[in-house]
Ligand binder design. Structure first.
Ligand SMILES: C[S@@+](CC[C@H](N)C(=O)[O-])C[C@H]1O[C@@H](n2cnc3c(N)ncnc32)[C@H](O)[C@@H]1O
Length: 221
């Protein structure tokens, strides 16, 4: 993924991208565990730093760990965040879990637009399991992802609407196609079964814009 132009492209593809990070941070900030002062919070797949900018602005007391396997994305994020006191990790969540003291350490986590890029061949489950194991029992994950619609009869209309949204946002057809390739959306039933197997309770949907949905997940005791 190329960090140059990433944010502009995302706002042309994802309805409401400009306020996704703000909403995700506000939701986690009011959760039982991460709501407490100086909570340790994990930003998984921080990309170019949208959630981190919001987290630093809304919750300067949080102790943040930002993680991304891409050196380019991490570098862009570090440049945008300047001297903010963040623990940076170039790794996946699955790799982070191998480090001592990580299991059960975090009071909350954010995963925005990450799960959708992992195939459902064990990779999604491994990612979600690692996230659950990083969290304290009762701590919450805010998960935002592209989902497969359950509204089968409306699918052609929704797909066409998404393309119309992208065109109206100034994206040409070839760029629109490129932006959505390599994604692996799943439906709600599959997500529920994966998050339960990973150690979370059922996903509570808290927002949706076309196929992009936001969920609150709580790590089971
Ligand atoms: C589409 S970007 C989303 C970035 C940011 N969260 C946002 O909303 O703009 C997905 C990011 O997830 C990272 N990623 C992919 N697999 C990951 C994994 N297993 N653990 C953590 N991050 C991962 C990618 O390197 C990429 O930067």
């Amino acid at each position: 993924m190329n960090p140059a132009g990433y944010d502009r492209l995302q706002s042309q593809v994802i309805p409401g991208y400009g306020s996704l990070a703000r909403l995700a941070v506000a939701l986690l900030s009011c959760s039982p565990e991460a709501g407490s002062s100086a909570a340790e919070v994990l930003v998984a797949g921080c990309g170019t730093g949208a959630e981190l900018l919001e987290a630093v602005a809304q919750r300067p007391d949080w102790r943040l760990t930002a993680l991304d396997p891409s050196a380019e994305m991490l570098a862009e994020s570090q440049q945008r965040l300047g001297s903010a006191p963040i623990s940076w990790q170039q790794s996946t969540v699955e790799e982070l879990l191998n480090e001592p003291g990580v299991e059960g350490r975090f009071s909350g986590a954010l995963s925005v637009l990450v799960l959708q890029s992992l195939p459902d061949d064990g990779s999604k489950l491994a990612f979600l399991t690692a996230l659950a194991r990083c969290l304290k029992p009762g701590a919450q994950l805010v998960l935002v992802d592209l989902m497969r619609s359950g509204l089968v009869s409306l699918e052609p209309q929704l797909d066409a609407s998404w393309l119309a949204f992208q065109a109206a946002s100034g994206l040409d057809a070839s760029a629109a196609l490129g932006a959505t390739q390599g994604l692996h959306p799943i439906g709600l039933a599959r997500l529920t079964s994966l998050v339960n197997a990973a150690g979370f309770g059922d996903p509570a949907r808290i927002f949706q814009a076309l196929g992009f949905e936001g969920f609150l997940l709580q790590r089971q005791a």
